[in-house]
Design a protein around this ligand. Structure first.
Ligand SMILES: NC(=[NH2+])NCCC[C@H](N)C(=O)O
Length: 547
């Protein structure tokens, strides 16, 4: 049962009667009562009466079913205290339900989550790490809520670099003879040759043309690069415990045959303009600093198609073939304008109907201890594998190191930057992944000693009540995280739950209690463990029985 919505339903009719129109009661958890509503404050000006008076009027008229007490405090807040029966009933209902009382959504949507999206023959970098972690948490959460989730890994597997990379692979012994091994070194070596060797540069250009016209050797080299990279990425996903698999790769190359139709479709709608030899769309409402309209380059002057054209084709595919109701693109904030323009052009072209939601789920950067973009000691971009090595080698178990990284990423507003600080993220106290994992393992160990199972919950002590409210706040936290695609809303809630449990644990003896009290406290502990387990699962953090 969702207490916030229960209280919402109790207060909404009274508010509407008082105001003469629907008013959101804006129920919030409160340190002074169980919950609080500030709705009377918002109505004061409109009704021309002091908010305290309005609040008193609401309090007097409210339907008190399940509410023990409504009081007015401060300038006109309504403080709401629930009855013990309501809380006990809600906890027992949650405990009896495998899904902890969280019903699947009434209207499931088909949600395409585009995440990870690394580039072939290149090491994944920290931006891909964030996309992978955040995207996976979102995909898990929507799926658990009953949506039909399609994971899409928009692999960068096409474009001009493949001339240089294929040619370099050929120089090293060709498609079947050579393993590209260290991706960064491979890419950099190709790059150096491309920048310094005229002959190589010419060969690389011809290789692109050959690849695009279907030359078998070129395709072979390319396939080899893609296959080796995919294997590498899958290793990283396995290490991270991420739910992306081999079938989720849907690389840019897959849209090549659709690009002509993209151009034709845009041309037909009169949306293409030639600009310095390139074909561009100028979606309404996008202007540069100088006020000039911003172009979305659909076909480059050399006839090649770029990132934007592929993304337009991908939108058509996801709406037309995959039947998406909602599309989320979990990609770093610097690509915000790109996606806004792609969505705008797709809407103008009629490929993105008004009832299909397309949203860029942006995120900030991972910073080093110096507050700048994360760099290795040598000043290069940090390889993802090295980052994982650092966290896992310092943790007692790999799952703790990985959980620490994920939690550090997911516990703050995704739009913000965060500092990669292994000491802080691995700490077993504070707002960290290990803290959640220890809280869970501690409860499991409690049950190994208890000798008996959980019983029906009856809340009496204040620490029990605080824990109960945290448990019942799980559903709104999951729904809020899903609604705004903000996993931190769930992460922060779980941390609060773990803290509430530790306070309860200090103040309320469990194993030393007797009879119904002992059973009830074990009931609270059990529901806490199950809630932490489910919540961590949604974030992609492993819950260990024993640490
Ligand atoms: N549909 C998309 N554009 N997805 C994101 C792809 C990310 C891209 N490969 C990059 O590394 O920046």
């Amino acid at each position: 049962m969702n207490l916030e919505s229960l209280l919402h339903d109790r207060l909404a009719p009274v508010l509407e009667a008082v105001a003469g129109h629907p008013v959101d009661p804006a129920i919030r958890a409160s340190p002074h009562a169980d919950f609080q509503s500030g709705a009377a404050l918002g109505l004061a000006r409109e009704l021309g009466r002091p908010p305290v008076r309005i609040a008193a009027e609401i309090a007097a008229a409210a339907d008190l079913d399940g509410i023990a007490e409504v009081t007015v405090s401060g300038p006109g807040f309504l403080n709401l205290v629930l009855t013990g029966d309501l809380i006990d009933g809600a906890l027992r209902a949650a405990a009896a339900d495998e899904r902890l009382g969280v019903a699947p959504v009434a209207a499931p949507e088909r949600i395409v989550v585009d995440y990870s999206g690394p580039n072939v023959a290149k090491e994944m970098h920290v931006g891909h790490l964030r996309s992978t972690i955040i995207g996976d948490a979102l995909a898990r959460t929507y799926e658990w809520l009953g949506h039909d989730v399609i994971r899409v890994n928009h692999l960068g597997d096409w474009g001009t670099p493949f001339g240089m990379l294929g040619e370099h692979l050929l120089d090293l012994g060709g498609a079947d003879g050579h393993s590209i091994g260290d991706l960064t070194a491979f890419y950099q070596a190709a790059r150096v040759k491309f920048d310094t060797d005229d002959d190589f540069r010419t060969r690389a250009r011809l290789r692109v043309v050959a690849l695009q016209s279907g030359d078998p050797l070129s395709r072979d080299l390319w396939r080899q690069l893609v296959a080796q990279s995919e294997r590498y990425f899958l290793d990283v996903y396995a290490r991270l415990g991420v739910t992306l698999g081999p079938d989720d790769f849907a690389g840019e190359s897959g849209y090549q045959d659709d690009l002509a139709a993209v151009v034709a479709g845009l041309a037909e709608k009169g949306l293409l303009t030639e600009s310095d030899g390139a074909l561009c769309a100028f979606p309404a409402g996008f202007t540069g600093r100088d006020g000039a309209p911003l172009p979305l380059i659909v076909r480059k002057a050399d006839g090649g198609f770029g990132y934007a054209a592929t993304d337009l084709a991908a939108v058509r595919h996801r709406v037309g073939k995959l039947g998406a109701d909602r599309m989320l693109y979990v990609v770093g904030s610097p690509q915000r304008i790109h996606f806004q323009m792609v969505f705008a052009v797709a809407r103008e072209a009629g490929w993105l109907p008004g009832d299909v939601v397309a949203e860029h789920i942006g995120f900030g950067s991972i910073l080093g201890a110096d507050g700048r973009m994360l760099k290795s000691r040598a000043g290069d971009t940090v390889k993802l594998a090295e980052l994982l090595d650092e966290a896992t080698s310092r943790a007692s178990e790999p799952a703790i190191g990985i959980g620490a990284i994920k939690y550090a990423d997911l516990s703050g507003d995704r739009r913000g930057d965060y500092v990669f600080d292994a000491d802080r993220m691995l700490a077993s106290t504070g707002n960290t992944g290990p803290y959640l994992q220890y809280a869970y393992a501690r409860i499991r160990s409690l049950f190994r000693k208890a000798g008996s199972g959980p019983g029906p919950v009856t809340v009496t002590e204040p620490a029990e009540r605080a824990l109960a409210l945290a448990l019942l706040g799980f559903e709104p936290a999951v729904r809020a995280a899903a609604a705004s695609a903000e996993p931190h809303r769930l992460a922060v809630h779980l941390h609060g739950l773990a803290v509430a449990f530790s306070v309860f644990w200090e103040r309320c003896p469990v194993l030393r209690a007797e009879g119904e009290v002992r059973a009830s406290r074990l009931g609270l502990a059990d529901l806490t463990a199950r809630t932490l387990h489910t919540g961590m699962f949604l974030l992609g953090i492993e819950a260990l029985d024993q640490i």
